[in-house]
Design a protein. Structure first.
Length: 108
């Protein structure tokens, strides 16, 4: 049996970490089994499956700085909104503003 788990944001995961539990998708299907070692390819696949957190063995989990985690999430939002909407740039900007406010308030 692996050491106790800790849920970490996918953005904080790095290659080489070990899953402490099976990782399921939103339908309950197993994406990765307990004990799987993460690679760059599996991390990319998990992002495509919109996985947000993963269970890793406590000894493999980095100490997560809340400010750094928030900065990573906001950077990802900026990356997602990097291209303005073709029909209405104002709508895109307003949506970006609301998403950033939501993420910042969720971190508090």
């Amino acid at each position: 049996m692996l050491s106790p788990s800790r849920q970490i944001p996918l953005d904080a995961a790095t290659a080489g970490m070990i899953l402490s539990d099976d990782l399921l998708d939103s339908s309950g299907r197993v994406l990765l089994t307990q004990g799987a070692t993460l690679t760059e390819a599996t991390l990319a696949s998990l992002r495509r499956h919109r996985i947000e957190t993963i269970p890793v063995a406590c000894d493999a989990a980095p100490e997560i700085d809340a400010e750094a985690a928030l900065a990573q999430r906001l950077e990802r939002i900026d990356r997602l909104f990097r291209k303005p909407a073709s029909d209405s740039e104002d709508a895109n900007g307003i949506l970006l503003q609301y998403v950033r406010q939501y993420r910042q308030s969720a971190a508090s």
